[in-house]
Design a protein around this ligand. Structure first.
Ligand SMILES: Cc1cc2nc3c(=O)[nH]c(=O)nc-3n(C[C@H](O)[C@H](O)[C@H](O)COP(=O)(O)OP(=O)(O)OC[C@H]3O[C@@H](n4cnc5c(N)ncnc54)[C@H](O)[C@@H]3O)c2cc1C
Length: 465
């Protein structure tokens, strides 16, 4: 329980900002990106530095309350906030230091991808990250990290060289290939289960201007486009990435008026080579069938990374369902085409991300992220600004998922699901779950960090907790 005397004592040791119910900024501070999540923490501690994180962990433990850790606050299931208890908010830890000679970036645990791309682009470099610039580096990285650079440079976790962490007992450790190797393995896919990452050290790559953007085809051609895509993208040069999407064309000037509000299927491309290399790679695309809209061209990498920010501001209702796919069978494609054409609201969508190429060169047991053999990560997003449409978007996403799940690989990317519970978590880690549970038992035996896709400590699990 949070006691006022303890809160006062905590405040005297804490440099950042402490926000409590009744304070002027409380309502804004408790909000997360998904407006479907409405939780009221007992206290929000906005850390100013690593010392604050250590203090906040100690305070949470001594007070014996539920503790949530917030990075960018983008998690679909709202795992960056809790009801009652303490939120340890990292958003002020947003510094990035690029070492151009070593080609690395030290990124603090509360950064967004916009912070990282801005800082690294100045040096003509990047690391694989998320596709919306407001998404948090912390949650995205710890779950795996799928982005435009994944086929060429791997998942985000494949580029984590080292991380600084505060553990459940308040200890500060650095994890990497030569120190605390078990934790280094676990945080590359195992989420926020093992501690609070106060900074990551990322490997950078020479990515500056990219040739990128969307191509659309009519919704009625979804089956043919998906059949083409499933073969093409797994064999394309790794410089080329493209995710498949169902979407409704927004009524904005960049799109021709006759397409406004039309449901389409499309591919959003990103090529890290030259325009002529892209055209070479595109030869099969050009032969396939002409798109009804194309906006592929040269742009700075951060422009691509924030291209869809305006479409998806904070405060929308989101409901997520997900699966990995080893391949896309014709029957799966039939189900996709049927449910894609039933999108209930203009922002609702389904994305299929390729996770082959460099991501496949890491073994299933080399990091906690198990599905290295899957070719695609699917996310179905029921999205709308109006809370009155909540049931419609949930109903559509569930029905879509029920229809395609039987063709899936068994688990789902943990960052693309709501808070679905143990069955989904175990299916998503498969053979890695028991090792993760053993590491959890070593570093967090009381399950202090439990507001996440939770891995239960091995002993508690065997005791039936
Ligand atoms: C619009 C949008 C676009 C997205 N695009 C992509 C994408 O391109 N690729 C992709 O892979 N995913 C993507 N995602 C999914 C995203 O990876 C997850 O939502 C992720 O959980 C967001 O991380 P966060 O830090 O913003 O979230 P939060 O809600 O703050 O946190 C999520 C979880 O991570 C933990 N956590 C966060 N930071 C830390 C830290 N520093 N130390 C320890 N634990 C921490 C939290 O405790 C919580 O359990 C997207 C999500 C949205 C909403």
């Amino acid at each position: 329980m949070l006691q006022q005397a303890k809160i006062d004592e905590f405040k005297s040791r804490f440099r950042g900002e402490v926000v409590a119910p009744g304070d002027a900024g409380y309502d804004a501070a408790r909000k997360v990106y998904n407006a479907m999540i409405d939780r009221s923490p007992g206290l929000i501690a906005r850390c100013a530095d690593v010392a604050d994180v250590i203090e906040a962990v100690r305070f949470g433990r001594e007070s014996d309350v539920l503790v949530a850790v917030r990075g960018g606050g983008h998690n679909g299931g709202g795992l960056g906030v809790c009801d009652g208890g303490l939120v340890i908010d990292l958003s002020r830890l947003n510094g990035v230091r690029v070492d151009p000679a070593a080609r690395t970036a030290r990124v603090e645990g509360g950064c967004t991808w916009g912070d990282v791309d801005h800082a690294t682009h100045a040096f003509g470099m990047a690391t694989p990250g998320g596709m919306i610039s407001t998404t948090g580096v912390g949650g995205l990285t710890l779950g795996g990290g799928i982005g435009y650079l994944t086929r060429k440079y791997g998942l985000t976790i494949d580029n984590v060289l080292e991380a600084d962490m505060v553990l459940a007992d308040g200890r500060f450790v650095t994890v990497g290939p030569q120190q605390n190797e078990d934790l280094y393995w676990a945080i590359r896919g195992g989420g926020g289960n093992f501690g609070i990452v106060t900074s990551f050290l990322f490997r950078l790559h020479p990515v500056d201007t990219v040739n990128a953007g969307p191509m659309f085809w009519p919704m009625e051609q979804a089956t043919e486009v998906m059949q083409f895509y499933r073969e093409f993208i797994v064999n394309a040069p790794e410089e080329l990435n493209g995710f498949f999407a169902f979407m409704t064309v927004p009524p904005v000037p960049i799109f021709p008026e006759e397409l406004h509000m039309k449901q389409v299927c499309g591919i959003v491309w990103c090529h890290t080579g030259t325009a002529s290399q892209l055209e070479e790679a595109f030869k099969p695309v050009r032969k396939f069938r002409p798109p009804i809209f194309e906006f592929v061209g040269a742009m700075p990498h951060p422009v691509l990374q924030s291209m869809f920010d305006g479409l998806l501001p904070p405060g929308l209702q989101w409901y997520w369902k997900a699966d990995f796919f080893n391949t896309l069978s014709d029957r799966a494609i039939t189900a996709h085409a049927e449910h894609g054409a039933r999108m209930p609201t203009p922002l609702s969508t389904m994305h299929l991300y390729p996770i082959n190429g460099a991501a496949h060169r890491v073994g299933s047991a080399d990091t906690a992220f198990s599905y290295r053999d899957a070719d695609f990560a699917e996310v179905i997003g029921g999205i709308d600004p109006d809370p009155a449409n909540k049931d419609r978007i949930i109903g559509w996403a569930r029905a879509y998922w029920e229809a395609t799940h039987p063709f899936g690989a068994g688990g789902a990317y943990v960052n693309f699901v709501m808070d679905e519970g143990q069955e989904t978590v175990r299916a998503s880690y498969r053979g890695n779950y028991s090792r993760l549970a053993a590491i959890k038992a070593t570093y967090d035996p009381t399950n202090f960090f439990k507001v996440n896709q939770n891995i239960q400590p091995a002993s508690a699990r065997s005791a039936g907790a």
